[in-house]
Design a protein around this ligand. Structure first.
Ligand SMILES: [Zn+2]
Length: 295
């Protein structure tokens, strides 16, 4: 072997060594999603998250994400909203603190320019209270717009939860299962959106979707919620739901924990692809049902 070839071989060997050493640092191994995985989320910094939800979740060893906003009467009404000290305690307990914007800003095409400042304000408060910068987000009022996706990504948000719409109308309090890898990680759908008239049957419907590689994301507001009665869950109902999840052996996790099953850096080229596919499937089901009914 002459000198030139030896040098070339040495160079190739170096490249191979570098690849072997560094590739594992960037590649994230993910696990298949087992059945019965539930993501539990609580919106709007409601006082009962601390007084009612916290002790129950700790008793059952459940994970959960609390999406924090300083909107509504958060700053003045400490009867109905948590203090930052209580929020920090949730973090120290091991629960996840997620971002829900400073003012509970419903995102639309006109106001995405305000989103960064809204996220930063909550991030600043987290830092002041020893809480890590949130990596998850819940769209306030469940209103989303694809223009906001780059803003969330730049702010370090890895996963974001929307509502059950447009697949299921808001009034129904239902939704669809999250399909990791198919749904955009910043447009994760709610499977069940708890309402005052919900019963254990509604919870069962939502959680039944947690199978075949799909995860059911549950959305709660206050348990109870005095300021927003249309999304209130009575304390007794909430206790019943959590006891049932525990008895049925569900694995209850925070939104950040879905990173175990999917890599948020891989996003579909069309962020709305999964939503459009479900809507098309619904439309073709409706038309074939209508045809079947024809005499
Ligand atoms: Zn909210």
């Amino acid at each position: 072997m002459n000198k030139r070839w030896r040098r070339l071989l040495a160079t190739v060997c170096w490249y191979v060594l570098i690849l072997v050493a560094f590739v594992p640092l960037f590649a994230t191994a993910t696990e298949p999603v087992p059945d019965k995985v539930i993501v539990l989320t609580f919106d709007d910094s409601v006082a009962s998250h601390y007084t009612v939800a916290r002790p129950l979740l700790k008793r059952y060893g459940f994970g959960a994400t609390f999406f924090i906003t300083e909107g509504f009467s958060f700053r003045t009404n400490k009867k109905d909203y948590m203090t930052w000290e209580q929020i920090a305690e949730l973090h120290r307990d091991g629960f996840e603190i997620g971002n829900h914007t400073r003012d509970h800003l419903g995102i639309n095409i006109h106001n995405t320019v305000r989103l960064k400042e809204q996220l930063d304000a909550i991030n600043d408060r987290c830092r002041e209270h020893g809480i890590p910068t949130p990596v998850t987000f819940a769209w306030p009022g469940n209103a989303f717009h694809t223009n906001a996706l780059p803003v969330l990504q730049t702010a370090g948000i890895r996963f974001a939860r929307r509502g059950g719409e447009p697949e299921v109308p808001y009034q129904k309090g239902g939704g669809v299962a999250y399909e990791p890898g198919a749904d955009h990680p910043l447009l994760i759908p709610t499977a069940g959106d708890a309402r005052p008239n919900w019963t254990l049957e509604n919870l069962k419907q939502a959680t039944a979707m947690a199978r075949n590689g799909r995860i059911a994301v549950l959305q709660f507001h206050g348990v109870p919620d005095h300021e927003h009665p249309w999304v209130n869950t009575p304390k007794e109902r909430f206790e019943e739901y959590m006891a049932w999840l525990h008895a049925e052996g569900y694995k209850v996790i925070a939104l950040r924990d879905v990173a175990r099953y999917t890599d948020p850096r891989f996003t579909p080229a069309n962020p709305l692809q999964a939503i459009q596919r479900r809507l098309q499937a619904q439309a073709s089901n409706t038309s074939s049902n209508a045809q079947a009914k024809q005499p």
